[in-house]
Design a protein around this ligand. Sequence first.
Ligand code: BG6
Length: 484
Amino acid sequence: MNTTTTTILIFGASGDLTRRKLIPALFNSYRKGRLPENFHIVGFARRPWDDDEFRELLHEGMLEFAPEAFTAEKWSEFAPHITYFQGNLDTPADYDHLPTYLADLENGPVNRLYYLATAPEFFVPIVKNLGATAMADEVDGWRRLVVEKPFGHDLQSAQALNQAIHAVFAEPQVYRIDHYLGKETAQNILYFRFANTIFEPVWNRNYVDNVQITVTESVDVGRRAGYYDQAGVVRDMFQNHLLQLLSLIAMEPPTSFAADAVRNEKAKLLQAIRPLPLSDTVRAQYEGYLQADGVAPGSQTPTYAALKLYVDNWRWQGVPFYLRSGKALARKNTELVIVFQKPPHLMFDAIADADFSSNVLSICIQPDEGIHLRFEAKAPDSTRTDSVDMEFHYRSAFKGNSLPDAYERLLLDALRGDASLYTRSDSIEAAWRLMDPVIQGWEQDPQSPPMVAYQTGSWGPAEAEQLLQHDGRAWVLGCMEHAE
Ligand code: BG6
């Protein structure tokens, strides 16, 4: 079963994801000499295109979405590897010819990566059709399935989806993608914590006052209102991206970097989060959301949420984790913040207790990738202290090394069989177990808490500030202040 021929079969290849992310990622890997020796990229979609039309569309996508990487010369080498197969994703008869079509192309033993870049209603029909045509059988090479989000709409649908997939593919063949895990800076969280000695000893309830995760976006729902209005911010961002970031920042050290060692710790962490009372949640909608095309009249879908969580384990007992995310906000900024406790005894008379700033470590996921450490220094010629910043920016520290797009790393990992950055079914289900009662509680009781409005371009509703003020705390943003 040791073949170097690999086929990447993209279902739903006429969609945005293929042009915007998948092809630029594969092209970049090809340019860097990282794709397998013999490879085929097959697009499967309904539109009546031929190979050349499909290639031209992808070519335009490259120029629009990844022009910096594009060279006509490399593209002319890469494009002949791409072909197009026309079919309806949910029509079994359209799969009849697929095995022979692929066999003609591959001409021998092959590995295959099936990528579900489709709307979620097609996931199960595609998987069933792959099963019916024996395309999941690892007869002459591996067969892997990459599933895009959303992975279910709630716990029940996620479990049903897992079952439908497991009826055809074994769990080690399944790669559930969360593109936040492919971001260099998200991967760096584990390096930062476990490739250094000085941070981990203070990474616990004895030194940490609170942890904050802020994922703000300046874009509004745009043309995705049809999907978004059904989902809302908790399904769209919290159940996956924010909880995955939380598991990286809070998990115990794995014994190795092997996929299951890492994923065991992440799952354990998610399972240790205490169910949260609705009184520790804030939901909000930006002004003007109801007027967007595709939003139901009077929609109660939140476009912003803030939550307080606790992790019931020895490391984090009693430390609040504050999470917030929303659309149409002032800036795009993804930041994880560790706020440390104040010193146990303050001997500097000139400084009132309340004015003394805590040490803050900010991990800047995007857009100005880096890490900041805020600490106190004696202000010159005074007895005061001022907060100063020790900073690391990827751009200046790793000059000339541009950060690869998350999809580049994730696709290569799936081709190599490394699932450590992919989400396992138990983590997905644990995340739903936590978020379902929030979503359902909100739907059932309009007062729990009431939906509030926030202005577009703001930092969100006052209620999110009050969530922390109530605990004598405040949101901290360390990355933007010293952005490069
Ligand atoms: C997606 C969400 O998963 O992540 C979008 O569906 C969101 O609503 C996007 O805009 C944010 O990703 P990034 O990489 O731009 O932070």
